[in-house]
Design a protein around this ligand. Structure first.
Ligand SMILES: NC(=O)c1ccc[n+]([C@@H]2O[C@H](COP(=O)([O-])OP(=O)(O)OC[C@H]3O[C@@H](n4cnc5c(N)ncnc54)[C@H](OP(=O)(O)O)[C@@H]3O)[C@@H](O)[C@H]2O)c1
Length: 229
């Protein structure tokens, strides 16, 4: 069986399990201390992945923010920030989005086979476009990343991508940050969508750590025997 990277799924959610509000403006769930913790987690990974909807709605930079951490990476012969990875079927991605224009690092777009020609013409100058098959499966992506030297992958959402990683049993570690407020609007995106999850009332996940960070709480779950405490 091909190798796959150690995979860490990181996500912030409200007390009622939402990733965002339903409004166009991105909802800040975490606090500065936790953003800095996430920055350190990013700096320790080889690749960071988000879904195309997150690239469109949040326009994230997905780079290591701390100069010191960037410097530590370059001293180890690594790019200042991890490789950026996204996945799309429709290819409605703007080549001017921060995902493509920021950070001196490789950008990978896994695209469903039927749209590959369109994807290469639209994004080929700003990213490496990889034929992900039809349908694109997260396991295929992780195995391909492994062949590209990625041994530690951080998945940063959103809900559709997180659901597939979890239901396909590809996550070794879940880092869930809970913000101290409610969103209270079912039009907003949830942490995960419907699915058959390997962890259920008959098979409970292992809670490995609970850490208070100011007004939020970090919950770390070990989801495989590869979990690194
Ligand atoms: N709180 C947090 O930690 C956090 C983190 C990240 C995101 N978010 C929020 O999450 C929301 C977005 O989440 P979301 O669930 O709507 O979307 P998402 O998971 O970010 O992206 C979904 C999109 O990714 C592509 N995709 C996913 N699986 C695919 C597959 N198997 N094959 C081909 N393409 C695939 C499709 O792109 P195309 O439509 O281009 O085909 C799909 O529409 C935003 O509101 C964002 O702010 C929150």
């Amino acid at each position: 069986m091909p190798d796959r990277p150690y995979t860490l799924l990181s996500c912030g959610m409200s007390l009622d399990g939402y990733l965002d509000s339903a409004a166009p403006r991105r909802l800040e769930l975490s606090n500065e201390a936790d953003f800095d913790r996430v920055d350190a987690v990013r700096a320790a990974c080889d690749a960071i992945m988000v879904g195309a909807a997150t690239v469109r709605s949040d326009n994230p930079r997905l780079v290591v923010r701390s100069q010191a951490r960037q410097g530590e990476r370059t001293a180890r012969g690594l790019p200042p920030s991890p490789i950026k990875v996204t996945v799309t079927e429709r290819v409605e991605l703007d080549p001017c989005a921060n995902f493509f224009t920021t950070g001196e690092t490789e950008k990978l777009v896994y695209c469903a086979s039927p749209r590959i020609v369109h994807a290469r013409s639209r994004l080929g100058s700003v990213a490496t476009v990889v034929d992900g098959g039809q349908p694109v499966e997260m396991r295929t992506i992780t195995e391909d990343l492994s062949t590209r030297g990625v041994s530690r992958l951080m998945v940063e959402g959103g809900g559709k991508v997180s659901t597939q990683f979890l239901t396909d049993n590809l996550v070794d570690e879940l880092q869930l940050v809970v913000a101290p407020f409610f969103v209270g609007d079912s039009r907003a995106p949830r942490f995960v969508r419907d699915g058959r999850f390997p962890w259920n009332p008959g098979r409970r996940a292992t809670l490995a750590e609970v850490r208070q960070i100011g007004d939020v709480v970090l919950l770390r779950y070990a989801l495989s025997t590869r979990f690194e405490s």
